[in-house]
Design a protein around this ligand. Structure first.
Ligand SMILES: *[C@@H]1O[C@H](CO)[C@@H](O)[C@H](O)[C@H]1NC(C)=O
Length: 188
């Protein structure tokens, strides 16, 4: 019954929007003026440059939780000679918003660098997806939640509210992260 109700409300939402867009489409396509980025530091390596960027991706349900503005460390590696044009790759890493900026010697940054430098493609290592830790204001335990706990809290709330507010699902902001804007602007 619950499932039927949720499907019905999703269907209604699609009809109201006049297209078969899902709440995820709507969330991702909704331009967020919070988006910005700044280069924190630059490292010159042999055959490449590594930019450590602080990318602010979006605002996510500011009234409900402790991390209203999401920001991420994005390490972009630009080879001196770009051999593969019009394509790049992304490695998604974890981490928390309390971490210091990643070092070029960190495992996943290093891995991204080796692939970028040997293939001649621009690559990036993106951290803090999702942003964490997060404390939900309605959480009776007021616990600092990470990873699957954030996902579980979202789905619990979503189901209890009969699917009324899909934005509580952390998969939406996780999907939205518009990293390619930062990468493309830097490579020009
Ligand atoms: C990154 O940017 C966010 C949002 O502007 C800010 O709150 C955060 O302190 C910045 N982090 C670093 C390490 O500069």
């Amino acid at each position: 019954m619950m499932v039927v109700y949720i499907l019905a409300s999703l269907l209604m939402s699609c009809m109201l929007h006049g297209v078969w867009a899902t709440p995820l489409d709507d969330y991702v396509n909704n331009l967020d003026p919070t988006y910005s980025y700044e280069t924190l530091e630059t490292f010159q390596g042999e055959g490449y440059t590594l930019y450590n960027i602080n990318m602010t991706s979006q605002s996510w349900i500011p009234d409900l939780q402790s991390q209203p503005v999401w920001w991420h460390y994005l390490s972009v590696i630009v080879p001196d000679k770009i051999l593969i044009k019009g394509a790049c790759f992304l490695l998604i890493d974890g981490g928390t918003n309390r971490d210091s900026p990643p070092k070029p010697t960190d495992n996943f940054v290093r891995l991204t660098t080796v692939i970028a430098a040997t293939t001649g493609a621009i690559g990036a290592c993106l951290k803090q997806i999702p942003n964490e830790p997060i404390t939900f204001k309605e959480d009776p335990d007021r616990k600092q939640r990470t990873e699957e706990e954030i996902i579980a809290w979202g789905w619990k709330t979503f189901l209890e509210n009969q699917g009324a507010d899909p934005e509580i699902l952390v998969e939406l902001p996780m999907t939205k992260i518009g990293f390619f804007h930062s990468m493309l602007s830097i490579s020009l």
